[in-house]
Design a protein around this ligand. Structure first.
Ligand SMILES: Nc1ncnc2c1ncn2[C@@H]1O[C@H](COP(=O)(O)OP(=O)(O)OP(=O)(O)O)[C@@H](O)[C@H]1O
Ligand SMILES: [Mg+2]
Length: 344
């Protein structure tokens, strides 16, 4: 390298350092800032604790330094040699008194004195945009699902309930003109039969929408009625084990448990390709635990869903309402276990 070139490089690097929008911070081996460029000065507060970044699960990167451990301080960027070129997220205090996320990379530039250069980019706007996009997408999916559900209920009402009612209406009209007493009796019996079928249809529909037994008698009774109905309607065997008896819980908890079990059961019926589903609901150690187990096809969580993919998302959303946790344990060819744990 000739002298001129070196001078040029120094000049260029200084220009870059002074004018880039990237925030560059030099830190010594004590975690002390020894220099910052203008871009960094414009936003990064002076009292950021760079040394604190090395403490267990520090507040700066919250342990998100690598893609293998969800949160740990393994491979801390201040200590590890191997993460120099990977970028990670850090939270920095700004001169406006806020704490904002930045993507950061660092490079050891002086091994002897332990001087490192951090390059930071503010990612708040991207995160905000991404959050909004995600919310919009979810809203669209929810509206679509609602609309589908309404269509289904409307079709159900139209095809079964209204048809049956029309039938009964015709039969009743004819009944008026019936003189033969025996015929009158047998016609009335037929109408009675039609009526009880209609009542069954409406009952099925209402149990599916929201079982009154859930409010009146609690989870155990509601599950028993519902599973019996699903067994008849879908020709599937459901083994139900529970120690709930007549225990009652917060109404919100009961609804969440009912809906999540309902969704998991329906997924098993639709996708697992099984003729039996096991459902266990227990109270133990201040927790209400519900498990829906199928020994079917299993699936890969990251694969494109066959349906809307809203069910699993909805399960998590519902669980969050009552501080509960849903875990889905699934293996191809082995089956799926959906576990819900609700603190009570
Ligand atoms: N028990 C299961 N066995 C096999 N595959 C499953 C099971 N549960 C879920 N899946 C797979 O996961 C995907 C996502 O399920 P999810 O409940 O989120 O959506 P969906 O059932 O497809 O749509 P929706 O619930 O809105 O009707 C499904 O499309 C299916 O491919
Ligand atoms: Mg589903």
């Amino acid at each position: 390298m000739n002298v001129n070139h070196e001078l040029d490089m120094n000049n260029l690097l200084m220009q870059y350092f002074n004018h880039t929008s990237e925030k560059i911070v030099f830190v010594d081996n004590q975690g002390q800032v020894i220099a910052m460029n203008q871009a960094a000065n414009d936003i990064i507060a002076l009292d950021n604790d760079y040394e604190g970044m090395t403490n267990a699960i520090c507040n700066h990167c919250e342990g998100y330094t690598n893609e293998f451990d969800l949160q740990s301080c393994k491979q801390c960027f201040l200590e590890a040699e191997t993460v120099g070129n990977t970028s990670f997220q850090v939270f920095m205090k700004t001169i406006y008194g806020t704490v904002e996320p930045f993507t950061a990379t660092y490079q050891m530039i002086d091994e002897v004195n332990g001087v490192k250069a951090f390059t930071l980019q503010n990612v708040s706007p991207q995160i905000e945009r991404h959050d909004k996009m995600y919310q919009r997408k979810m809203m669209q999916k929810t509206i679509f699902a609602q609309e589908n559900e309404r269509k289904r209920i409307s079709r159900e009402l139209h095809d079964s309930v209204v048809q049956e009612l029309l039938n009964i209406d015709v039969e009743l009209r004819l009944l008026k003109y019936q003189q033969d007493i025996d015929q009158l009796l047998s016609d009335s019996k037929r109408i009675e039969g039609l009526m009880s079928k209609l009542i069954d249809d409406i009952r099925n529909l209402s149990v599916e929408l929201r079982p009154s037994s859930l409010d009146d008698l609690g989870l155990d009774a509601a599950f028993k009625t519902y599973f019996k109905q699903v067994e008849t309607n879908y020709g599937i065997k459901i083994t139900y084990l529970s120690n709930l008896a007549t225990n009652r819980f917060d109404s919100e908890i009961e609804t969440v448990v009912y809906r999540i079990v309902q969704e998991a059961l329906f997924n098993a019926i639709k996708y697992a390709n099984v003729d039996q589903v096991d459902i266990e609901v227990h109270v133990c150690n201040q927790k209400l635990i519900a498990e829906v187990i199928d020994r079917g096809r299993g699936f890969i969580k990251t694969d494109q869903p066959e349906g809307t993919g809203l069910g699993l998302y909805g399960m998590r959303e519902r669980a969050e309402l009552v501080n509960a946790e849903v875990t889905i344990d699934t293996q191809l060819g082995k089956g799926t276990i959906v576990t819900l744990e609700v603190p009570i």
